[in-house]
Design a protein around this ligand. Structure first.
Ligand code: 3PG
Length: 210
């Protein structure tokens, strides 16, 4: 299912992209980000802890919107849905992923950066798309240009987004949310400096909330 409704319902359009190395960090990290005023998180499946992290975060914060990121195969898609992911994000899109997405009612954000990729997504019924890697794929200028031929498409850019350029993206009418890892730096997680993560989230939420 297209993710438009879910993304439109977020009180803050910034989605931290989280990598969990130590499973025990999952809940305190999510708590810090949610306490800071963010409403949705994307837990990547780049580490083996990703699935169980989603399960634990959903159990601790059932009302939070918890997505699974870096979903690159049918198996990962199915497992992410099984552990309770509220949305699924892929860095690109394949026939297999589109076919798997049809089997579930969970919102899916396929990745697309070129005209051809956007057209393929539209053919499959998706008009809310991840734009990754954003900065090296032309950044905010490229997304603005895509509004010409694709006025119905909304993008969630991620990849290279920082506090310095986040407003360039959010000011575009065809950007519905942005994602990034700058809100959950590995160095702060390793040292369990949760209060600093609360502050990071709080300043971002204050600057960007709708
Ligand atoms: C992603 O998976 O969306 C990106 O790796 C996040 O990119 P960033 O680390 O540059 O924020």
């Amino acid at each position: 299912m297209d993710a438009r409704n879910l993304l439109d319902s977020l009180s803050c359009p910034v989605i931290p992209v989280i990598v969990i190395d130590q499973l025990d960090d999952a809940v305190p990290l999510a708590e810090a980000l949610l306490c800071g005023g963010l409403s949705a998180l994307e837990v990547t499946l780049r580490t083996p802890a990703g699935y169980e992290a989603i399960r634990r975060i959903k159990a601790a914060f059932p009302d939070a919107v918890i997505g699974a990121g870096t979903v690159c195969s049918e198996q990962a898609y199915r497992q992410a849905v099984e552990v309770g992911a509220d949305f699924i994000v892929a860095p690109g899109a394949t026939e297999t992923l589109y076919r798997t997405a049809q089997a579930f009612s969970v919102p899916f954000l396929p990745g697309a950066v070129t005209g051809s990729e956007v057209l393929s997504a539209l053919e499959q019924g998706y008009s809310s798309l991840k734009f990754f890697p954003a900065e090296t794929s032309g950044g905010a200028l490229a997304i603005r240009a895509l509004a010409g031929p694709f006025p119905e498409v909304r993008f969630m850019p991620t990849g290279g987004i920082t506090p310095d350029n986040v407003s360039d993206y959010l000011s575009l009418s065809n950007v519905c949310a942005v994602g990034g890892s700058w809100l959950s730096p590995r160095s702060l997680i390793e040292d369990q400096r949760w209060e600093e993560i609360v502050q990071l989230a709080r300043s971002t939420a204050a600057a960007t909330s709708l």
